[in-house]
Ligand binder design. Structure first.
Ligand SMILES: Cc1cc2nc3c(=O)[nH]c(=O)nc-3n(C[C@H](O)[C@H](O)[C@H](O)COP(=O)(O)OP(=O)(O)OC[C@H]3O[C@@H](n4cnc5c(N)ncnc54)[C@H](O)[C@@H]3O)c2cc1C
Length: 487
């Protein structure tokens, strides 16, 4: 199985990619391309004072400062990983092999093997290395390491099966939080795997109806000015719906995935549930976007189901894609407006390394502030495109969220017409603050076992150990004013 978004040095890079026109040749190792943000056509913007006020108000609603999300998940490993590149690589290599290890002894041997590659080991790791020299020590070390990885994974994954996740989903709803369930599993390599994933998705849709049927009303989560918002919401990945998704033959992957995705859209329509199609790495971006827009253009899906796709603001050409999506939505009236989930993008390291390997200009911005500024420009463009689209702002960055809420108000929009989305385990405090302020918040809840969740877990670890991430800066104690400053 290949894991998109994996540190490429660990996972290798099996997909071929044909350079696109925008992938201009640059010399390998080019540090940073100049900022080339094309401002989409958007007119209204909020003042910095308004953005600050919204940000401060949300910050005031955060649960106690002691519950900082990074500290909660680190178990020391996170701190170590963010300080030292060799340690980071060792940790990721280890997390990667955990599901394949057959015994505690095996696990301990792998751990000590990876740690051997770390030059400057802190005392705690020296102890771990010494433990791995005896059989009894390896048992203890293996058990501690396995528990540590499981503990980290369970911060992000709500259950091994949808049934196991029921309690969490119910609890969130009662607290004023909607969810999108994601069945872990991506980049399938056989037709049987793709079929199995599609069946699991259909079963999950049925299961979600059972979960949400008897829960109390939550008006803020169930409707906006465009109408009803389904309670049941499932996120799916196209790479899990076909083994044929390849950049060099996009039509083949699209055709194969379309059969399974069409069935899922039908099931979602019958159940009146929402189906969201996640976005993955750049090499499948066009195929996924085309597939979603083509299927949703079919007559049978005009009235439903509620459905959506993802726009990644870290992509240099995302303003053009945004225009394409808006134009499509305006020309294709639907019973439920297309929901656009705006994200920065989860495959940044992967895209950078892959582009450098090929000597291409990376398709993603290389300066964090460029992604942040583009995110804000796209936010405004999408908000202005309503009612043809619904907008979901998926971020843990208080500034990005405050900007969206303030921009919406500046346009005369109702707070209920913006949805904020967070990831389970990373956005828990933010989710509580948003719900406390009566805003619509949806938490993305992955479900599945550790093996299927490894790619997901590694992406979350990569994000959290990046010195440039908002959560990292927040955990490092940056002042609120700094955190809310314009990018
Ligand atoms: C509910 C939900 C659903 C999501 N679904 C998807 C999805 O379908 N597809 C997907 O790709 N992602 C998805 N994501 C992940 C998202 O793309 C981000 O990776 C994540 O939310 C971190 O961004 P942030 O705004 O929270 O944090 P921030 O810390 O503000 O931003 C971090 C992001 O900035 C970008 N970045 C980091 N360093 C640099 C740099 N040097 N130059 C330029 N840009 C940089 C990267 O995109 C990185 O993830 C989802 C996130 C959420 C909350």
């Amino acid at each position: 199985m290949r894991f998109p978004g994996h540190p490429p040095s660990l996972a290798g890079n099996s997909r071929q990619r044909t350079p696109r026109p925008q992938q201009l040749c640059v010399s390998a190792g080019t540090a940073s391309a100049p900022s080339d943000i094309v401002e989409p056509v958007a007119t209204s913007s909020a003042s910095e004072a308004d953005i600050l006020a919204v940000g401060r108000d949300l910050a005031a609603a955060l649960p106690g400062a002691s519950r900082n999300p990074l500290k909660a998940i680190d178990d020391k490993a996170m701190d170590l990983a963010s300080q030292d590149a060799e340690m980071r690589a060792a940790l990721f290599r280890f997390v990667d092999v955990v599901p394949a290890c057959r015994s505690l002894d095996d696990l301990a041997r792998h751990l000590s093997g990876f740690l051997e590659e770390v030059g400057d080991r802190p005392p705690s790791l020296q102890v771990a290395m010494r433990m791995s020299e005896s059989k009894a020590g390896r048992q203890a070390l293996g058990a501690a390491a396995a528990a540590g990885v499981k503990h980290m994974a369970h911060r992000f994954i709500v259950g091994e099966t949808p049934r196991e996740a029921t309690g969490v989903l119910e609890d969130l709803w009662r607290k004023g939080v909607a969810t999108s369930v994601d069945l872990l599993g991506e980049a399938t390599v056989t037709t049987a795997e793709a079929d199995r994933y599609a069946v699991r998705c259909a079963e999950a849709l049925d299961g979600l109806v059972d979960v949400y049927r008897s829960l109390p009303e939550r008006p803020a989560l169930e409707a906006d000015s465009a109408g009803r918002i389904p309670r049941e919401n499932l996120s799916v990945k196209v790479s899990a719906l076909t083994p044929l998704l390849r950049a060099d033959a996009p039509e083949l992957g699209k055709r194969d995935a379309a059969v399974r995705l069409r069935d899922l859209l039908r099931r979602a329509r019958e159940l009146d549930a929402h189906l969201h199609i996640d976005m993955e790495s750049f090499d499948s971006r066009e195929a996924v976007t085309d597939l979603v827009l083509e299927l949703l253009s079919e007559d049978e899906f005009r009235e439903g189901p509620s459905a959506g796709l993802v726009l990644q603001a870290y992509l240099r050409d995302s303003p053009e894609l945004c225009e394409r999506i808006v134009t499509w939505a305006q020309a294709t009236p639907r019973g439920y407006p297309l929901l656009v989930r705006l994200v920065k993008g989860a495959y940044w390291d992967h895209e950078i390394v892959e582009a450098r390997q090929h000597g291409w200009q990376s398709p993603v911005f290389e300066v964090k502030a460029d992604s942040d500024r583009n995110f804000e420009a796209l936010t405004r463009r999408l908000l202005e495109a309503r009612p043809a689209v619904r907008v979901a702002i998926a971020s843990h960055n208080l500034r990005s969220i405050a900007h969206a809420l303030a921009a919406n108000r500046a346009m005369g929009g109702d707070d209920g017409d913006v949805e904020v989305q967070v990831l389970r385990g990373l956005g828990d405090d933010l989710q509580a603050a948003l719900a406390k302020r009566g805003l619509r918040v949806r938490t993305y809840c992955p479900v599945g076992d550790l093996v299927a969740g490894m790619a997901y877990l590694v992406r979350r670890l990569l994000e959290n150990t990046s010195n440039e991430s908002f959560l990292h800066e927040q955990a490092a104690g940056r002042s609120l004013d700094d955190l809310l400053a314009a990018p």
